[in-house]
Design a protein around this ligand. Sequence first.
Ligand code: CMC
Length: 378
Amino acid sequence: MMVCEYKPGLEGIPAAESSISFVDGQKGILEYRGIRIEELASKSTFLETAYLLIWNELPTKEQIAEFEEEIRMHRRIKYRIRDMMKSFPESGHPMDALQASAAALGLFYSRRDLHNPIYIRDAVVRLLATIPTMVAAFQLMRKGNDPVRPHDELDYSGNFLYMLNEKMPDPLAARIFDVCLILHAEHTMNASTFSARVTASTLTDPYAVVASAVGTLGGPLHGGANEEVIQMLEEIGSVENVRPYIEDCIQRKAKIMGFGHRVYKVKDPRATILQDLAQQLFAKFGHDKYFDIAQEMERVVEEKLAHKGIYPNVDFYSGLVYRKMGIPTDLFTPIFAIARVAGWLAHWKEQLEENRIFRPTQVYNGRHAVSYTPIEQR
Ligand code: CMC
């Protein structure tokens, strides 16, 4: 057996062969199934992109119409899931509510038929359709309101904003939100995707796969960073405070949220698209000083840390976009999950095609031959 050097964080170690997405971190390129992210962001929709990721081809007119209709028909959540969610503490984090709710779906669909394409399609539809409803429902229920039923006339993103805000969405906001979902839908072997594939490799059900990935996405070094970006921008408070704040972080060796990436050593292409979307939103709905603070941060961080390859990542501008849409900060990561479920499901399906259970090894650095000390002698 080949003996490999231990790499903390498994940096640079391939965990799977995959044809779902590709990143060139030096050139700042991201492709889904070979198509550049810039092209998908300007021409596609989230559901079409999800279809592409999961089934490896852009759908025909008939295929996308059928897929959209199936999703539309499955958007409602079961009363029992809704009742369960009502019993969650209002003070709980919406990511925890989402993780529990996604796992609970598995209680209702416990039959596991992983080699049957109909089972796979049903699970894909159910998860893509209900996760936005669960996120919106928890948001309303923790405010003491009843959840809003999905609106059959609205598309995927428009319907989510409608269920969340209890009013018809602005068309530009809905389109921008849809592009945000496209940008977050997939990103090679990140922590939550790895978690999804490990869980999938045990041949458990797809609800457990998604629930474990949601749990992994929640941490501040992964999906949770966009929440922290907003807190940081609020703490900085003015363009003048940017430079001292960054200098202080660098001096304390503290990470600046929304910057740096394990793979990108140039500006994340998704950050460039999001920056442009933020500008469009501010042009329509009014200027925001936090955008100026963000732009200044980008300038100063580049000046100070470009030599280490530290540039804005996807989380830097996404929070600003969601904030301008009036979305509460602690929903940013659940929204990331709404998008990333497409990528997780694509990886679930791909893992099943050539499955081998994950069972890595470890480098043991503990003691040997230690004798048991009776409790009264410790
Ligand atoms: N601010 C300041 N310095 C940084 C940052 C940052 N955000 N990120 C990395 N560095 C420095 C780090 O201090 C280290 O310097 P040195 O070599 O002198 O010790 C060097 O760059 C390499 O950093 P690392 O921590 O070894 O890099 P990593 O690949 O392990 O971490 C990261 C990647 C994303 C966890 C990290 O950049 C980070 O914590 N960023 C802030 C949190 C964040 O924005 N996360 C969202 C990531 S993108 C979306 C997602 O994956 O969900």
